[in-house]
Structure formats: C-alpha cells, structure tokens
Design a protein around this ligand. Structure first.
Ligand SMILES: Cc1cc2nc3c(=O)[nH]c(=O)nc-3n(C[C@H](O)[C@H](O)[C@H](O)COP(=O)(O)O)c2cc1C
Length: 182
C-alpha cells in the first residue's frame, strides 16, 4: 500500500470559504492527509473547527503558533507536502503568490514549498476582480511557474452580479487533487 498523500489545503478570505469544508471532507475520504492552513481573513468567514474535525488534523491559523519540536510548522508542512491546493484562492492571495510575499503561514508555505509538490489553485472572486488585468497578469505569472488553475466558473455570484468568479465545483477540485497526487 502506498503512503498517504500530504495535501496542504489553503483557505483564504472568500465568501466561498464554507465550500472548502466539503472539499476537506472529500480529500480526507480519498485517503489524503489534509493540513488546513487558513488566512486571517478566512477566519472571518468560517472557523477552524469543521476543518479540524473533518480532517482529524490540527489547523494552522497563525504563523507564530508553533507546535512541538524545533522546526517551524510552516517549513515542516512545506517540506512534506505532495500538493498545495488553495481553495478558494482570493485575488489578494494570487497577487501575493505571484509577487513572492510571505506575510502569513500560507504564503510562507508557498515560498518554502519543496520542488516535488504540485500547486493547484481554485480561485473565487467577483467577476471584475477576476478579469482585472492585474489579476490576469498574476494568473499568467503563476501558470508560467507551473501552478495549475481550476476555475473559476461562470454563474450568479454572491456579490449580486453574474460573471466568471464562482469556485469550481469542489467534487471536481477533489478529483483533480487526487490525479495530481496519484
Ligand atoms: C463579504 C466579503 C466577501 C469577499 N469575497 C471575496 C472573494 O470571493 N474573493 C476575493 O478575492 N476576495 C473576497 N473578499 C475580499 C477579501 O476578503 C480580501 O481581499 C482579503 O484581504 C483577502 O485576504 P486573504 O487573501 O489573505 O485571505 C471578500 C470580502 C468580503 C467582505
């Protein structure tokens, strides 16, 4: 039997953050060990409790809340990851990743990620945010570095507008995560 795959599930401050709990459950049922890392803004939308319970793993919400041992948690997670999956990924998060900012646990992990790990990004945002040239340039930068995007899809957005910006269905995101870690 092969070793379980380590997935870091980054959750950022989008209204779609609640859907990430279902995604965490699906990934865990697929046999992955899921380490959820939430940004400060994600905590405005959903608490760590569903993720901790569904994945049976501690949830990282604070860069400085270190577990036992000498190695910083974010470096340990970055070393051990097979996949960094950020769902939902905000426009802000994509900008930080594209420009190499490292001001929280998630972005530190992204920069310190071992070269074996794949990156899968599932954006969710207002359609104008998605189509903004700044966001599209950030997407192109990240794709050129090897990150894969899944979505967003078109439809009715929670901000009240129609457009491209909905989180891709989480069952499909989980399926792609499984393919990337098989
Ligand atoms: C109600 C509400 C919903 C939001 N939804 C989104 C969203 O879906 N996508 C997005 O990019 N930003 C969204 N934002 C803005 C982000 O929360 C904001 O850019 C934040 O700084 C993101 O931080 P993070 O990327 O560190 O999680 C929303 C803000 C509010 C108040």
């Amino acid at each position: 039997m092969s070793a379980p795959r380590n997935i870091i599930l980054g959750v950022t401050g989008s209204i779609a953050a609640y859907k990430a709990a279902e995604l965490a459950s699906l990934l865990t049922k697929q046999g992955a060990v899921v380490h959820t890392v939430m940004t400060a803004d994600a905590l405005r939308f959903i608490t760590p409790l569903p993720f901790k319970t569904l994945t049976r793993q501690p949830v990282v919400t604070d860069l400085y809340a270190e577990d036992e041992g000498w190695k910083p948690t974010h470096i340990r997670l970055a070393d051990e990851a097979d996949l960094l999956l950020i769902a939902p990924a905000t426009a802000n998060c994509l900008a930080k990743l594209a420009h190499g900012l490292a001001d929280d646990a998630l972005t530190c992990i992204a920069l310190a990620l071992n070269p074996r790990a794949k990156i899968l990004l599932a954006p969710a945002m207002n359609g104008k945010m998605w189509l903004h040239p700044a966001t599209q340039a950030n997407v192109a930068t990240l794709q050129a570095r090897g990150a894969e995007f899944i979505g967003p899809e078109a439809g009715m957005l929670s901000c009240g507008y129609e457009g491209v910006g909905r989180l891709w269905p989480v069952a499909d995101v989980a399926r792609r995560a499984a393919e990337l870690t098989s």
